[in-house]
Write a protein of this length. Structure first.
Length: 108
């Protein structure tokens, strides 16, 4: 074989291999995206859903007389629950109104 005939043959083989791998390239890209979405779902979305479920359950346990911690760092006792609002006594005779979502923790 002469060197002039080897190069075009190598280019032809290389082109054939590239055309075969291009057909599978989109499948590997889709597979990679599915795997990445699965990892994101299990590492970020699922734990956040669990945490939100626990938070909702905590808010559902609120009763008059519950000791709470508000998002601003204020401790108090629930005096009245009105839908999404709470009246909280933070000192003797001092009652403030807060949003239910401002509750960070319910002390037991």
């Amino acid at each position: 074989m002469q060197p002039d005939t080897v190069v075009p043959a190598a280019n032809a083989v290389s082109g054939a291999v590239q055309s075969v791998t291009k057909g599978n390239d989109w499948m590997s890209t889709i597979l990679l995206l599915v795997v990445m979405f699965g990892i994101i779902y299990f590492l970020m979305i699922l734990p956040n859903k669990r945490k939100m479920k626990e938070y909702k359950a905590m808010l559902d346990t609120l009763r008059v007389g519950s000791k709470i911690l508000c998002a601003g760092g204020i401790y108090g006792t629930v005096k009245k629950i009105d839908g999404e609002r709470l009246d909280v006594e933070i000192a003797k005779g001092v009652v403030i109104e807060i949003a239910k979502q401002a509750v960070v923790n319910v002390e037991k």
